[in-house]
Design a protein around this ligand. Structure first.
Ligand code: NAI
Ligand code: MG
Length: 354
């Protein structure tokens, strides 16, 4: 019962993560006032900053702490003086895996006012969703490195594909397609990866047989990358393995204009564990502390979180406020061609939620 309360763990992280989390906190406060959402938000300082001070991104019982929440909202983690694998494997990947957040949901939309690098983008608006497998595939810890320092130095990295893993991501993508424009594109590479990708294709086809209303197309990921640039408007839902989905979703976000606006959800659709919502961008050390980060990626991630928490009215209002601020040059940040600060964009969004 969503009305029983909505517990949210807010993890601002590092760099601009802290700045955009501040924006999200204010927006959630305003929406709660307006709609009586019953939000209960606790904040955690888990970050590279904490790693430097205490030797770990999060406490030993961090995952047990988060398990008590309905959702996790995360800014971004990363610092130039901390290796990226520490922040990734010390916080983000343990959360995604322990909580079986097997869907990485990456919606991609054209916005009025956000200039796409594509010449005639206004004539063909993009509205697609990338459904990326988030728990297995190419990002596994299986493998090793040997003969270090010798001429025969060798690294082996295994990819892991399971029937269960492919089935659940395919089912999620098919159900989402059925609610949208009923077109599903599956990213494959069965001509190069001769074991894993034919298996992926087989299981996706089997699941698609259960959804005759959805039109399934398979595309090799290289050709699909080209098509995402040449004809992005032709896609509805794209389902992809962990690595392919990671690359395709940044590509698709780039095609719409800025990484600063792209959102993501790491979902456990079974709701046994909290789902986690975060902007696609990182901690942007090059602009951190200047107050000019675009908060839209974080606020759109907040929309995805509100939808997950079944606060649909609040989600829709926030989304329309975001669109409205992007439409006006005076409420756009520099990465999307404006001069506004994070605070000015936030204030403009808050005004539209009143
Ligand atoms: P990044 O996304 O932080 O920055 C890439 C470029 O985009 C920079 O020029 C930055 O200024 C700009 N940018 C990013 N978000 C923006 C926003 N909201 N508004 C305006 N401009 C924005 O990626 P980068 O530089 O590769 O990584 C920086 C750090 O962030 C690294 O430590 C990396 O590991 C970490 N990172 C963390 C992620 C996460 O927490 N999920 C995801 C990606 C990177
Ligand atoms: Mg990525």
């Amino acid at each position: 019962d969503p009305a029983a309360g909505r517990r949210i763990a807010l993890i601002p992280g590092d760099g601009i993560g802290i700045e955009v989390a501040d924006s999200a906190r204010q927006v959630l406060g305003r929406l709660d006032e307006r709609f009586g959402l019953g939000l209960d938000i606790d904040e955690y300082d888990w970050s590279c900053e904490r790693y430097l001070a205490e030797g770990a991104m999060m406490p030993d019982d961090g995952l047990a702490t988060l398990q008590e929440y309905d959702a996790v909202l995360l800014g971004a983690v990363g610092r130039p003086d901390v290796p990226d694998h520490v922040s990734l494997w010390g916080l983000l990947i343990p959360i995604r895996r322990a909580f079986q957040q097997f869907v990485n949901l990456r919606p991609v939309l054209s916005f009025e006012g956000v200039k796409s690098p594509l010449a005639d983008a206004e004539q063909r608006p993009i509205d697609l969703v990338i459904v990326r497998e988030n728990n297995e595939g190419e990002y596994s810890q299986i493998g090793g490195r040997f003969n270090r320092g010798l001429a025969d130095e060798t690294a082996v990295q295994e990819a892991v594909f399971t029937r269960r893993g492919i089935t659940r991501i395919a089912d999620y993508a098919l159900e989402l397609s059925a609610e949208r424009r009923r077109r599903l594109t599956s990213a494959t590479k069965s001509n190069g990866l001769v074991h894993s990708m034919p298996f992926w294709d087989e299981v996706v086809r089997e699941r698609a047989d259960q959804h005759p209303e959805v039109d399934l197309t398979e595309e090799h990921v290289d050709a699909l990358a080209a098509k995402l640039v040449l004809k992005p408007e032709s896609f509805d839902v794209i389902v992809a393995s962990n690595l392919f989905g990671d690359i395709l979703s940044d590509l698709a976000a780039g095609v719409t204009g800025s990484i600063g606006i792209a959102p993501s959800g790491n979902l456990d659709p079974t709701r046994q564990h909290p789902s986690m919502f975060e902007p696609v961008h990182g901690s942007a050390p090059d602009i951190a502390g200047k107050g000019i980060a675009n908060p839209v990626g974080m606020l759109w991630s907040t929309v995805l979180m509100l939808e997950h928490l079944q606060a649909d009215e609040a989600a829709a209002l926030l989304m329309s406020a975001i669109k409205d601020t992007l439409r006006r040059p005076e409420t756009r940040t520099a990465d999307v061609g404006g001069t506004a600060s994070t605070e000015q964009v936030t204030t403009a969004v808050l005004d539209r939620l009143a």
